[in-house]
Design a protein around this ligand. Structure first.
Ligand code: PLP
Length: 312
């Protein structure tokens, strides 16, 4: 049995005049409703990694993240629920378990945190460094930052199997590309995958190529898959975690009108891209799916630090 039920992730129809006028049907795949902590793409990426750790009879999972990493909290929470240990390697030797709510929560959930310098953190994907970690934390299964590996990607494939309408376009946010690669592997024959990278200057196709080639070992198939993507690289709003007043106002208006929360780092940027492409006339007569990858915890930070409330 699965630890978290994805039945809560409904396909929600968004009834909006601007879409009706253009004969567009918009649905939101509400993965944000799976769990408050293991929300959005987090459970998708962790599911098979946790299974794999169990198959290999590992004691726990070791993974990596920054001071505000949603992935770290999700891993801590899912490992606790699975009855296995969790180790988090955190960027920033100046930090402690009490530096912020994210780290406090990780440690409350039983995750053991190790704070390392930015220099050391850069080695997180290095095999020799990982060997040292395996020696220090014996019998732990190592999952890359953001759950960005083959098992993470396979878990994200399942999102598509739960979509029971015929669609033309899917919109999704990109960070490590794990979620979008998984979706791409299962995308319907004639559909297009619209990618919205949240990092400025992100080399979308090369990043995806790396994960896809490593996983499917067929570069021709990879290129065929990539030809089904449309990259929207102008909706990063200045880069990772950056935002503008325009984006904030858009999110507030959207969530107020349609009662679907969005965050300023990922999903808000994607929805903004979708609306802009719709206004440009690029989605006429289509059925469009927006994948809600979660991230709502990240809005708390904005509320605490800046006093900005995104979702009422
Ligand atoms: C809320 C949210 N949406 C989208 C993404 C991007 O997903 P990926 O890193 O798989 O490209 C992330 C990062 O994991 C995320 O936290």
């Amino acid at each position: 049995m699965s630890l978290y039920s994805t039945e809560k992730s409904v396909l929600q129809f968004v009834d909006a005049e601007c879409f009706r006028e253009r004969n567009i049907r918009l649905f939101v795949k509400r993965d944000d409703l799976i769990d408050s902590e293991v929300s959005g793409n987090k459970w998708r990426k962790l599911k098979f990694n946790i299974e794999q750790a169990k198959v290999l009879k590992k004691e726990g999972i070791l993974t990596f993240g920054g001071a505000f990493s949603n992935h770290l909290v999700a891993t801590a929470s899912a490992c606790k629920k699975s009855g296995i240990k969790a180790i988090g390697i955190v960027r920033g030797e100046e930090l402690t378990e009490n530096s912020n709510e994210t780290l406090r929560r990780c440690s409350e959930l039983g995750m053991k945190l190790k704070f390392v310098s930015r220099e050391e953190y850069k080695l997180r994907n290095d095999k020799l460094y990982q060997n040292d970690l395996s020696y220090e934390y014996e019998n732990h299964y190592i999952v890359p930052e953001g759950g960005a590996n083959f098992y993470g990607m396979v878990g994200c494939q399942e999102i598509i199997s739960e979509i029971d309408v015929v669609y033309d376009s899917i919109f999704v946010a990109q960070g490590t590309t794990t979620t979008s690669c998984g979706i791409l592997l299962s995308l319907a024959e004639n559909a297009k995958l619209h990618l919205v990278p949240v990092l400025k200057g992100f080399d979308v196709h090369n990043e995806m190529r790396e994960l896809l080639n490593y996983s499917i070992f067929d570069s021709e198939l990879t290129e065929e898959l990539l030809s089904k993507t449309i990259v929207h690289s102008n909706y990063h709003f200045g880069g990772y975690a950056n935002y503008t007043t325009e984006l904030i106002q858009f999110i507030q208006k959207f969530s107020n009108t349609y009662k679907i929360p969005l965050d300023q780092v990922y999903t808000g940027k994607v929805m903004y891209a979708l609306f802009t492409e719709m206004e440009k006339g690029n989605l006429e007569n289509q059925t469009v799916i927006f994948i809600h990858t979660g991230g709502i915890q990240g809005t708390k930070f904005l509320e605490e630090k800046e006093g900005i409330i995104l979702n009422n």
